[in-house]
Design a protein around this ligand. Sequence first.
Ligand SMILES: Cc1ncc(C[n+]2csc(CCOP(=O)(O)OP(=O)(O)O)c2C)c(N)n1
Ligand SMILES: [Mg+2]
Length: 591
Amino acid sequence: MPRMRSVDAAVAILEREGVDTAFGVPGAAINPFYSAMRAHGGIRHILARHVEGASHMAEGYTRAAAGNIGVCVGTSGPAGTDMITGLYSAGADSIPILAITGQAPVARLHKEDFQAVDIASIAAPLCKLATTVLEPAQVPGAFQLAFHLMRSGRPGPVLLDLPFDVQLAEIDFDPDTYEPMPVDKPRATRAQAAKALDLLERSERPLIVAGGGVVNADAAGPLVELAELLGVPVVPTLMGWGTIPDDHPLMVGMVGLQTSHRYGNATMLAADFVLGIGNRWANRHTGGLDVYRSGRTFVHVDIEPTQIGRVFPPDYGIVSDAGAALAVLIEVARERQGAGRLVDRSAWAQQCRDRKRTMQRRTHFDDMPIKPQRVYEEMNKAFGPETRYVSTIGLSQIAAAQFLHVYGPRHWINAGQAGPLGWTVPAALGVCVADPEATVVALTGDYDFQFMMEELAVGAQFKLPFLHVLVNNSYLGLIRQSQRGFDMDYCVQLSFDNVNSPELNGYGVDHVKVIEGLGCKALRVFEPDAILPALQQARKLLAEHRVPVVVEVILERVTNIAMGTEIDNVVEFEELARSAADAPTAIALLD
Ligand SMILES: Cc1ncc(C[n+]2csc(CCOP(=O)(O)OP(=O)(O)O)c2C)c(N)n1
Ligand SMILES: [Mg+2]
């Protein structure tokens, strides 16, 4: 039997499980693992500038393509604690990432050793498995189990913590005959599909709500096929956005309190039946459950049994992988179509389309300083259907969901549930690593950007080109808006007079200087008509320099974005579109 250090076995397993990239920050306690990566040579390492950045890069990498698993590596102590936000973010959105940390030697774990912290206990509530491997011979099994768990059922992160002596200990291991464990995914039965379709048939105004589980199952094609077969309109959730293209006649808008369309909410309120697939009834999608549920029958398909009934009891629940459920739903629906049993839904679908045509928000403003709505209009002009957007949170993200267009799964890459400020830049880098030819467009407010802008240096060093739209209102805009309820504007201003950059007129941080200092390119825009040329110029710079290029748009400081506390009570702050000229890039034009 080949004998090797446990870390050499671990790296061999990573390769057998399909890993060829790791994002990390080395340190003394993880140096044995780094020595195995170096000796092995099969894993490309991207050196982050902050370990939290490495964890978000791993998440962006996973999200970019079906089957990917992002790996982040760090030393003992603070490296693991820095990854905690990444593990939370990944777990909250059902995204597998593998975090590998170094640890103090086993015999010193309880001696308050330098940088010895019980990271497995800290990470446990966030992970499918978080363990300190105490026996060297258990290292291969721990890695094998990690991949099995990350891929099975509801996907999620794993943390493996490796004490220094465990990493160096020699074990017997045969990489050639290593085999990944089979993946477990529950599958809907024909009887379950038939029952769900019976309930749908009895309704008059049905909708399909498509969540991130459809993306995870790589089942956007079957989702659209089922919708077309039944003629039933689709509402994607924020995590499912792109599973049906925005310009598809059955894409009838997103529902929710913030990242939603007026027509999406109106259509949900008009519906009498909802088939939720791979979604989790997030509270920012449903708002108050009384309004959301009233008068509607619900079927819920989820891969995780404990998700059924968690938020509210559905009329019928099915435990299934979204792709497996769609396959059997399609099979049964086809048979019913053959038997002439499918109900004609075209009148209802047309009503939904009419709402999409007439209930647009205005984007065309010529104001100076620039109103944010205009930025998204120009982005729609500049970026085609191949674009992969990456964003996290804030007014910028909310407005993006209201105004941008997404045409494919994994083309809206967003930390939906955790929304950790700083996620966008490293996640975009992870997407670039996974898909170097993609048009990756990151979008942040100024504060999200400032959280982890140091990671831009990673893009400069490793030639990871993405275009970053930075909308600068010099405010914690979303929090400023929510403070209106407290009648205050308190601790949310990012403005100050920058002694080095008086031309910023009090907007504070000179992002252009910072970006250039980090080895990237930057353009700054003050006028609405200059946005599109700047985006076009940025694309040229990307092609020329192959480093991140940031377009900073200086916005008016206070713009409230439509949102509310109930889906029937979303407050509009701006004029609505009255003609096509008011929303020239909206997909369904007014006239
Ligand atoms: C780590 C973390 N801390 C605090 C928050 C709360 N939060 C959400 S949005 C936001 C302000 C975002 O400001 P900016 O990125 O400039 O976007 P804007 O809303 O101005 O468009 C804050 C503080 C958060 N999401 N994450
Ligand atoms: Mg801001």
